[in-house]
Structures are given as C-alpha cells and as structure tokens.
Design a protein around this ligand. Structure first.
Ligand SMILES: [Zn+2]
Length: 454
C-alpha cells in the first residue's frame, strides 16, 4: 500500500475526527453513491462496528450541550406526517448519526440532521445548554443497518463478477432490503447461484477493512471500483476493502468481518421503476431469523385455518378461494331470482296505497334495482335496504319525482348516510341501518299528510 494512506484506528477519542470526516465524505460521496443514502455513520472510527467493542461501553459517549432551542419538526410516524413540538440540541461531539437512532440522557433522538459541521438532534424534552450528557447508540438498529449494508457491498461485488451487472442504487426497508441491478432479468437459477456464492464468502470469514487515503490524487485509488470524486472534494477519501473481493469508496456503516453477516437470503427479483433494471430483494443477518419467525407464525396459522400441513397450503387455499367464488355466484343468482319473486309477490298482493318496504341483509344494489325494475311503476313507492341490520348498508327510495325530492335527503339523513338521485331512484349509503324503522315512519307520515292535503 502507498505511503500517504492510513487505516483508521479504533479509539473512542477519535469520534470527532470520525464525525468531521463523515461530513466531508457525505457531501462528496452522496452524489455518486446512492446506496450510501441515509446510512451515513463513520462506525469504525467511533469504535462501534467492531464486534469486539460490543458491550464494552464504546456505544456510549459523554458530550457537552452547546445549544438547545425550541423547534417544531415534521416527522413521519407510522407512515403519517406529524408536526411535533420539541427541541434542537447541538452537542460539541457525538457518536449518533443520521438514521441510526440513539438517546441523549435516556431521551430518544427522533431525528438527526446536519447543519454545517454540526449535528442537530431533535428531541421532545429540553436538554439545557452547558451541561454534560450521556449519549447511547441504538446498537440493535445500528448493527442491523451494518448487516444490511455490508451485505449490499458483498452482493453488489459478486453480482457484478458473475453477471456483469452493476448496482445502481439500494434501498434499506423496515423488513427487507433491495439493490437495483442494471440487468433486464435474473432467473431463479441465477439468483440461487448468486446466493450460494455470497454465502460462501461469509463462511470464509473475510475481513472488511476501511482504508483512508489522505490524498484524493493517490494513484492507488485508481485501482478501486469507484466512479470518481467531485472536483471540489477536499480531505481524506475512505475506501472499504473486502479482502480479495472488492474495494470501493464508501462512507457507510460496515461490519469488520463478513462472518458477522451470518447469512444472506436472496428473496426475489422485481421490476425496477427504471427500464431494463431489476430490484433484488434480500435479508441479511438477524433479519433472516425475524423473517423466518414471521413465516413460521403464518404457516402455523394457515395450518389451522386450512386444516392441512404446509406442503398442502397452496392447493388448499386455491380450493377454498375457488369454492368461495362458486358460492358467491350462486348467492348472486339466487338473489336475482328472489328480487323478481319479491316484486311479483308485491304486485299480486298489492292494495291501493300500499308501499313496498323491504330489508334483505345479503342483498346488494343489483337486488334493489331488480325489484324496482320488475315493479316497473313509477307511482309505486319503494323503500329498500340491504346490509348489516345494526351497521352499514345501502338504501334505495323510488317513487314519483316530487316524492323523491321531498324525502330523499331526509331518509339519507335519518340513516346517517348520503345519497343522490341518478337515473330514477334516490339511492346511497347508510351508516346507521338500525334507524330504518324511523325512516319508514317518516315516509308513511309524509304520505298520510299528502293524502290529507289532497
Ligand atoms: Zn458501504
């Protein structure tokens, strides 16, 4: 190796250096390495990625609060954007990094952003300026990110070697991770072969080492897989070296040995939004245990629901779905017949002034409309409802236009629903089907008054 580069040493006192270098690396490398997106910790320098340091206190750190100011931030919580009142806390030094999670004095840091060379921590409780605080990295989350990201480096390198397809981006999701490969498709055999190769590397316990080059013009840098740095880049350049496999510019969080990945499971490929590329979805390390655990829980539930073992699940589920479709069709046909019979019965038994009030739980819009069509008399008043007796449903009101105009909205209001008259009857959704006797009473009262008037 050359004269001007040096390997980063693991020392808790070097965190300041780590953070500063992170900032430089981030500003320059993000544009070129999308797969570093939001995974920007300089882990090795802060002593947090080396497995030897787990549990030795290296994931804890003391810092001073430089400032604490009130702040309202918009955060995404459970997939929804929410405005949260809190504080922006700036420290003199830190081991917490964006997306990595952590605590200051036991208070959860909800977001970490960069402002110049400072890290701004957003928290919901005030942490007064001037005092000393204890920082704690969310190690479980950090380690998970390191496993997924180091796994990405490995899959990227082997996929390029085997199939000549470069990785164009990567996405770290909550449950699975994916890399976008510049290739039209990967067959299941190709995925299986790739999976075998990456797991062979893990089995070989290959060291993963960051190397820092102080000079970006270092001729040695040219040998590494990188797409160049911006012209205005200043300061050291960091290369991640997976011995004998790959060396690439990266500022992310990494494990110190492939053995810490434990295993990589390639799950499937799906079409990327970009033309002629695929997303290869995978899980690495502890995520495999979690994923498998969930699969087993689902398997157990399905075994009980479908009354058969795992091997028969697809066949049994297919049968159940087909049977349900056949049953649905039968019900639909019977409802159609019933609608015709109901209409005929009403017409046969009808006495002057009779109105048709009918509720059928299993019915649908078609059921109600068939009845009206069969009666085929606009002077006849029908109040039809379908759906849950005590919950939601649909209603239909038919009759002369002036009657619909007078009563349509009132009936909808009584049923706490909404409706409109389109192509004849007034129909809509009802939220409180239990009110239908009240609605019927209103209709009868209206008709009585009308008789009285005329
Ligand atoms: Zn990396």
């Amino acid at each position: 190796m050359g004269q001007v580069h040096s390997r980063l040493t693991i020392s808790p006192t070097s965190t300041k250096l780590a953070w500063m270098m992170d900032l430089r690396m981030l500003t320059t490398m993000h544009a070129f390495f999308k797969f570093c997106n939001n995974q920007t910790c300089v882990d090795d320098a802060s002593g947090n990625t080396n497995m030897c340091n787990v549990g030795t206190g290296a994931i804890e750190f003391k810092a001073k609060v430089k400032s604490c100011t009130e702040q309202v931030s918009t955060l995404v919580i459970n997939g929804k954007k929410e405005k949260i009142k809190g504080y922006n806390v700036v420290l003199d030094d830190t081991i917490l990094f964006p997306e990595g999670g952590g605590q200051i004095n036991g208070i959860d840091v909800l977001r970490i952003t960069r402002r110049g060379a400072e890290a701004v921590n957003f928290v919901t409780s005030e942490i007064p300026a001037g005092g000393e605080v204890d920082l704690k990295v969310d190690w479980k989350r950090r380690f998970d990110h390191m496993q997924q990201h180091t796994g990405q480096h490995l899959i990227t390198a082997i996929a390029e070697k085997m199939y000549g397809c470069p990785t164009t981006s990567w996405n770290l999701g909550e449950k699975t991770t994916s890399i976008e490969l510049d290739i039209q498709n990967l067959t299941s055999d190709q995925i299986a072969a790739l999976e075998t190769e990456v797991n062979k590397c893990i089995y070989q316990r290959i060291p993963v080492t960051p190397i820092v080059y102080q000079d970006k013009e270092d001729p040695e840098l040219k040998q590494f897989r990188c797409r160049g740095l911006p012209d205005d880049h200043e300061g050291p350049v960091r290369v991640l070296n997976i011995e004998g496999i790959d060396a690439t510019l990266c500022c992310g969080t990494h494990l110190s040995n492939l053995a810490h990945l434990q295993m990589i499971k390639l799950l499937w490929v799906e079409k990327s939004k970009k033309k002629d590329r695929v997303n290869l979805v995978y899980v690495a390390g502890n995520r495999i245990l979690k994923y498998l655990g969930q699969c087993v829980a689902v398997e157990k539930s399905l075994t009980s629901v479908l009354k058969g073992p795992l091997d028969d699940h697809v066949e049994l589920a297919d049968k159940a779905v087909k049977a349900s479709k056949t049953a649905q069709k039968s019900v639909q046909n019977l409802l159609r017949d019933l609608a015709v019979l109901e209409a005929q019965k009403f017409k046969t038994d009808r006495k002057p002034g009779d109105i048709l009030v009918l509720h059928r739980k299993e019915g649908d819009n078609e059921f109600m409309n068939i009845i009206v069509r069969e009666i085929n008399d606009l002077t006849v008043i029908c109040f039809l409802t379908v759906g849950d007796d005590k919950g939601q449903g649909l209603f239909l009101l038919s009759g002369p236009a002036d009657f619909l105009q007078a009563m349509g909205e009132k009936v909808a209001e009584t049923l706490e629903g909404r409706g409109s008259a389109s192509r004849g009857p007034y129909q809509g959704k009802a939220n409180k089907m239990s009110q239908r006797s009240k609605a019927e009473k209103l209709i009868r009262e209206f008709l009585l008054n009308q008789c009285g008037d005329s």
